[in-house]
Design a protein around this ligand. Sequence first.
Ligand code: HEM
Ligand code: HEM
Ligand code: FE2
Length: 453
Amino acid sequence: MKFKSQKVAYYFFALSMILLLLQLTYGFIMAFAHMGFDGLHSIIPFNAATATHKNLLVVWLISGFMGAAYFIIPDESDNELYSVPLALIQFWSFAIVGVIAVAGFHMGWFEGRKFLEIPRPLDYLVAINVILFLANIVMTIYKGKRHTTTAMVLTAGLIFVAVLYLPGMVWFDNHTVDSFFRWWVVHLWVEGVWELVMGGILAYLLIKLTGVDREVIEKWLYVIVGLTFLSGILGTGHHYYYTGVPKYWLIIGGIFSSLEPLAFLGMTLFAVTMYKKGNKKHPNKLAIYWTLNSAIVSFLGAGLLGLAHTLPGVNLYTHGTLVTAMHGHLAFWGAYASIVLAVMSYAMPLLTGRKIYDNSIGHLAFWLANVGILGMTAAFAAAGVAQVYLQRIAGMDFMVVQNELHPHFFVLILAATVLSVGVILYVVNFYKFGLPNDEAIVKEEEFKALQTN
Ligand code: HEM
Ligand code: HEM
Ligand SMILES: [Fe+2]
């Protein structure tokens, strides 16, 4: 690492790791409940488990994004972070709000709006926290010695993420109106501004890992940002089909959301082309694997599996079924989980000065986690298609169909176990790096020497 203050990133990464493990635990609780083994029901009913699973996902990813920003922005701006104490206050308050939210879900304190379950009073604390974070990042850039496109895209993405949280904080009495604006958060996050965050991190990692010129990499970034906004904004319509909004959303949503895979395809081509063009000399192979994984699997999970149910005629049957869970898992994994795991894989050796980046545990973790999530996606797909057919086409009762799906959840649990072993190995590796230390500053030169350019 170049600057001592980048060490702050470590806390956010470590928090991410803990929350990821917890998220998986809640996934198992739900998967067993789907098979009829719902012994924990009186303590953790399904609604609490599902809210916890999804919110932990969002929180560990955002913690990863924040860590990434604290690591990347000082490096890109060629300056220390504006304020380390502020960053530490922000870290602890972020972690505390997260713990209160999760504890609250178990006591029935939540709003029931999928992904936005956190109660409004806590939303205000989240908002203050995010303002502290953004202020620190923006001031770092402002005081910085250089202003790069990569830093701008990453920071603009993070600012938009914060702004787009606001529509979810307004109270609406009408369910349709509430749902309409909930999608401004959920959809415009994952199919809009989070893509900018992903694009920014991806560009940074490619610059560092491939040795290709920044100018070339940043030109691609503009194209991706353009494609994202062109398709993603009006693509929101694919959630409006049958929710009580005017009919024109059928055509708008259908056309623009069908274009969304282009942005993810752009991301894949971008990363693969830069990798091929690069010198392939960087020793941190695992960081490259995770980076390419993110760019490729996001296209499969978000682009292709999104396209599979985005047309109104298809969505009429698949809406709200396990087909959505199939897509949700691979999309989140590819686009956001993988990019966070990539930036951590890149940053940890630099933060700690320990070069244990290319070890067998790390490689095993990579393959098991990916094979596991692909298996899970297949199990959800089989369950989803069966559910659509039996429930929506053959007209069987919802709960009767759920019983027919037990074998698919058995396969899901097997695949989830493979994923979990992979994730546990990743976490073991993470803690083997130890704590960040100041000596690592000198050591960066050794890593740098291995890059050309
Ligand atoms: C041990 C591993 C995991 C298991 C067993 C698991 C299981 C589940 C189950 C059973 C559901 C509820 C499906 C339903 O009834 O609608 C669910 C929902 C969800 N999970 Fe997981 N999950 C795991 C890991 C993950 C990971 C790693 C991610 C993200 C990268 C993730 C993201 C999601 C999302 C986004 C939903 C909501 C899906 C929807 O909108 O329909 N899960 N998970
Ligand atoms: C990384 C990007 C993406 C992520 C993380 C993601 C994740 C998700 C999640 C979690 C849901 C369930 C939301 C909810 O019910 O609250 C969902 C729904 C949906 N997604 Fe995506 N998605 C992504 C990109 C895409 C793309 C590019 C498309 C289209 C090409 C798409 C099409 C859809 C559709 C049609 C639904 C609605 C499913 C239903 O009616 O139940 N998604 N997505
Ligand atoms: Fe969407």
